[in-house]
Design a protein around this ligand. Structure first.
Ligand SMILES: [Zn+2]
Length: 243
């Protein structure tokens, strides 16, 4: 699935029932449900919602399914789970437990961040506004969401328009979405395969490939895990090194 690049027209969604407007911003956050899970978060983002303050500590919040101390050596930063914002702090400046969910490091930094950066860049460049909605995909009684849907639409000109579904996965790790428990994926237990990813071109390389040196640091990731997982995530093998 080529998740991050699909542009489809957005039907501006009606706010979820029960959503309420936070007085501190234009963010509309759903109340946590009976299982403590966040719901749809929505905002009209613009130059005035971009925070000029630093993020306040959020380590006292425990989003549903969160496990603070679960680490894997092959994960960048080690920790499997991050306290992820539904609507990024850099876009709305809201640290509120209703704006947080348990997301993998991979979802946070590799899937959500590029989109958030794009939206922020668009706002800074144009001074325009973006209708922005993030909906976590909680199934049945599960405490960790399977993914998030991000919808964005630039109000003044319609030039920015996207709707994507991003999976809450971590390469090499199996997650029990019911509880938040996790284990190393079986494919890794025998042989760990090492590749270098380019999140911009969505290609993966052998570490020795000459193209690796040309990857911008912000697009590069060292990957330890199965090739099949990579293909599932939408990566394609490099034509030079043929991994
Ligand atoms: Zn290559």
């Amino acid at each position: 699935m080529k998740f991050a690049k699909i542009l489809i027209p957005l039907i501006v969604s009606v706010l979820a029932l029960g959503a309420r407007v936070s007085p501190a911003s234009d963010c509309s956050l759903s109340n946590l449900d009976s299982l403590g899970r966040a719901g749809t978060a929505s905002a009209v983002l613009g130059p005035e919602t971009i925070p000029d303050k630093d993020r306040s500590p959020i380590s006292m919040f425990y989003p549903s399914g969160f496990r603070p101390n679960v680490k894997y050596d092959f994960i960048d930063g080690k920790y499997l789970y991050n306290r992820c914002h539904l609507i990024a702090f850099q876009l709305c400046g809201v640290d509120d437990e209703r704006n947080l969910f348990t997301g993998t490091r991979y979802l946070n930094t590799h899937l959500m961040l590029p989109i958030e950066n794009e939206v922020r860049g668009y706002i800074e460049e144009t001074g325009h506004h973006v209708r922005y909605t993030v909906t976590p995909d909680f199934r049945d009684g599960e405490s960790v969401c399977r993914g998030v849907t991000i919808e964005a639409y630039s109000v003044e000109d319609g030039n920015l328009k996207l709707a994507v579904y991003l999976k809450n996965v971590q390469p090499g790790v199996m997650i029990d979405y019911r509880t938040g428990n996790s284990s190393q994926a079986p494919t890794q237990m025998g042989k760990v395969e090492v590749y270098v990813l380019n999140s911009h071109t969505m290609k993966f390389h052998r570490p020795s490939c000459r193209a690796v040196n040309d990857i911008k640091q912000s697009n590069r990731d060292d990957y330890y895990g199965s090739r099949d997982d990579l293909l599932d995530m939408g990566y394609a093998p490099c034509k030079i090194c043929g991994p």
